[in-house]
Write a protein that binds this ligand. Structure first.
Ligand SMILES: [Zn+2]
Length: 414
């Protein structure tokens, strides 16, 4: 299942130095003396999934710990819980999250991280491709926005080099200052860095910026946030006016949009990341997938964190992109399985600026692929995949098995 082209019956790949160099029917591929041939049996082989928005450091936190009657109530409880956690607990959560993702077929993740040390200490040892977005907040901070950005950029540099997959995440408009958003936008353009921002997630956020009222407005005003940016624009409008809505921006959530917002996102060629299970957890209004795609906006999927997920059978459903596809499919039955699969593969790659490198099985792409036992017809494989429970039979990242196949037959070519 290459994505971007039709499934190939009896398909195969040739991999050299971690990249795909050939794809087609298995008996049409060339082989050199000494190549190792692996027959995976009756399976579907597809690109590793891309989780376009996650907070690994909260993995294992169950949504049932936190109230959900409103987003501000939930946020206050999460902030209070964060203060009780130490560095070791954060590191444990990241490990739990990585295992959840690997087991369920994710090979690349866009992770928003507030603990900057994790970027340098942990990501480099992680088997996943991790795109680290450093989370920045700026509400009552005594630091200048310039210092917040400078500190973030220091973490993005390893010696004299930029970390390859580093981006900035001014957390949200309500949790930062307009000056920090403007500086983030300027830095993103000057240094060619991706931006990931939570925007228009809740009705309370929308009401705060659009109408200067509501629960979130009252809460943030009461703790001393400068509310002079409220009452004029929608969150998307404000992001646009700050210069932060560009083709390098990943607009996370975008649940509450006016038609003019959709036009602005389209004009900017920004990317929207929808998190179906988190959206469902809060019971938000319908996500405007049809309107967004009618304006040719790139929409991809993410898990967000387990702190905004329902429990099932006493256990968190966990970080599982198959569960996200399944949830999206239930609420958008008009969208084809093939399109839903693109949202977790090629569309995520486009949002991360990695088109042709990840999210597809094609010549030149990284050999990031997953294997799921399957004995059905190739024309129903899409339907099968979006209803799959999650656990994969095998997973390869950059040509190395991170979950080896069980029953492989390996034959040295003569
Ligand atoms: Zn998030």
């Amino acid at each position: 299942m290459p994505i971007g082209r039709l499934p190939i019956e009896n398909g195969g790949l040739r991999i050299v130095d971690g990249r795909i160099v050939e794809i087609g029917e298995w008996n049409s591929l060339t082989a050199d003396f000494g190549d190792v041939v692996v027959d995976l049996g009756e399976v579907v082989l597809l690109p590793g999934l891309i989780n376009s928005h996650c907070h690994l450091e909260y993995s294992g936190w169950s949504g049932n710990k936190f109230p959900r009657k409103s987003f501000p109530e939930w946020a206050k409880a999460v902030i209070a819980f964060k203060k009780t956690r130490n560095d070791d607990q954060y590191t444990d959560s990241v490990s739990i999250g990585i295992q959840m993702l690997l087991k369920t077929g994710v090979t690349s993740v866009a992770d928003t991280v507030s603990c900057g040390q994790l970027i340098s200490d942990y990501y480099s040892q992680c088997p996943l491709n991790v795109f680290g977005f450093l989370e920045m907040t700026h509400v009552l901070d005594r630091k200048s926005p310039e210092l917040v950005i400078d500190e973030a950029l220091c973490l993005g540099q390893s010696g004299d080099h930029w970390l390859e997959d580093f981006g900035l995440s001014p957390h949200a408009l309500y949790s930062t200052s307009s000056e920090l958003i403007r500086l983030s936008a300027k830095t993103s353009i000057e240094s060619a860095l991706r931006l990931s921002v939570h925007i228009s997630e809740s009705p309370e956020e929308y009401s705060m910026f659009r109408h200067s009222r509501g629960e979130m407005f009252d809460w943030l005003a009461s703790i001393g946030r400068d509310m002079s940016d409220c009452g004029f624009e929608t969150p998307v409008g404000l992001l646009d006016k700050s210069g932060a809505l560009t083709d390098q921006t990943m607009v996370v959530h975008a649940n509450y949009l006016e038609d003019t917002d959709i036009q602005r996102i389209s004009d900017a060629k920004a990317h929207v990341v929808h998190c179906p299970q988190s959206w469902h957890f809060f019971g938000y209004q319908n996500f405007s997938h049809e309107k967004l795609t009618a304006k040719e906006i790139n929409v991809c999927l993410g898990t967000d964190s387990t702190a905004s997920m329902d429990l099932s059978d006493g256990e968190p459903s966990g970080l599982n992109m198959f569960a996200e596809m399944n949830c999206f499919c239930r609420h958008h039955p008009e969208v084809s399985p093939e399109e839903i699969l693109r949202m977790t593969t090629m569309n995520g790659a486009k949002a991360l600026g990695r088109e042709g490198q990840i999210g597809e099985l094609s010549t030149g792409a990284h050999a990031d692929l997953i294997v799921i036992p399957y004995q059905g017809r190739s024309d129903s494989v899409g339907e099968f995949l979006i209803h799959h429970s999650g656990r994969v039979g095998a997973s390869m990242i950059r040509g190395e098995w991170v979950i080896p196949p069980d029953n492989q037959t390996a034959i040295s070519n003569k």
